[in-house]
Design a binder for this molecule. Structure first.
Ligand code: FE2
Length: 257
């Protein structure tokens, strides 16, 4: 079983890049299941129903969100769809689903989305406790447990990886938009990488226009962020292969396309 993880898709330019490269890598690598973070896909903040439809049409099985979940009102038209998940550690009663269980090659795959609490500016519940609670509830029912941790702090993500080692089959980070070089397989058969990176414009400050970003830092004034229009683009992703017999993670490979 091969799972492809696509790093935070930024703007229309990022969606376009996914359309260009996904069919090829999916075929070449015999990908079975695809998860993509799309919380920045609509002009850098949020997602729209049209983008959601485009991504699903490309064969993406699960779309994850993060701190920009509510960036576009249009999300309320798709928030209850089973293949779109938002952080599970929002307060109880919030719209949408924090995890989903999906069928693939006769295996049941659970995908859980969590948001960090360090430097995230989101009033969320404790992601460690929520992860534990969900895994306890579903573990006897599923074959593979995948956790996306949308978080800023490297330490919080690494701590989560040790906390879930032996409980989840794959833990990976999103949100910083920079791919990290620390991918590994643990002795307990869990794959981990601190951040899978982003999909979008090359000349940018994590996807955003360079001049607008520098102006913010120079003046401390609230310059409006806009997605960089650099035509050179890349797609950061990672492929994780699981053993078909025991579902342990066998290999994790990070890629920049
Ligand atoms: Fe984010």
């Amino acid at each position: 079983m091969k799972v492809l993880l696509i790093g935070d898709i930024v703007g229309n330019i990022g969606v376009k890049k996914v359309k260009e490269v996904l069919p090829k890598i999916k075929k070449e690598e015999n990908i079975d299941f695809i998860i993509a973070n799309a919380e920045n896909s609509a002009e850098g903040m949020g997602i729209t129903a049209n983008i959601y439809k485009d991504l699903v049409a490309l064969g993406i099985n699960v779309i994850t969100m993060g701190n920009h979940t509510w960036g576009k009102k249009d999300i309320f038209n798709i928030i209850e769809n089973k293949n779109l998940i938002r952080p599970a550690n929002y307060p109880k009663g919030v719209l949408g689903n924090g995890y989903g269980i999906y069928e693939c090659n006769n295996k049941k795959i659970a995908v859980i989305d969590l948001i960090g609490r360090v430097d995230m500016n989101v009033l969320s519940e404790n992601p460690f406790l929520v992860a534990d609670e969900i895994i306890e509830k579903i573990k006897s029912n599923v074959d593979i447990i995948i956790v996306e941790f949308h978080a800023e702090a490297t330490a919080e993500k690494i701590a989560m990886s040790y906390f879930l080692d032996g409980k989840a089959n794959l833990v990976y980070g999103t949100h910083t938009h920079i791919q990290t070089a620390d991918e590994k397989i643990t002795e307990k058969g869990m794959a981990y990488i601190t951040d899978i990176g982003m999909t979008g414009p090359s000349k940018s400050v994590i996807g955003m226009d360079v001049d607008a970003s520098i102006k913010r830092f120079l003046t401390s004034l609230p310059e409006r962020y806009k997605v960089s229009d650099d035509k050179n683009t890349f797609m950061d992703c990672a492929i994780v292969e699981f053993d078909d017999e025991n579902c342990r993670a066998k290999e994790i490979t990070r890629i920049k396309l």
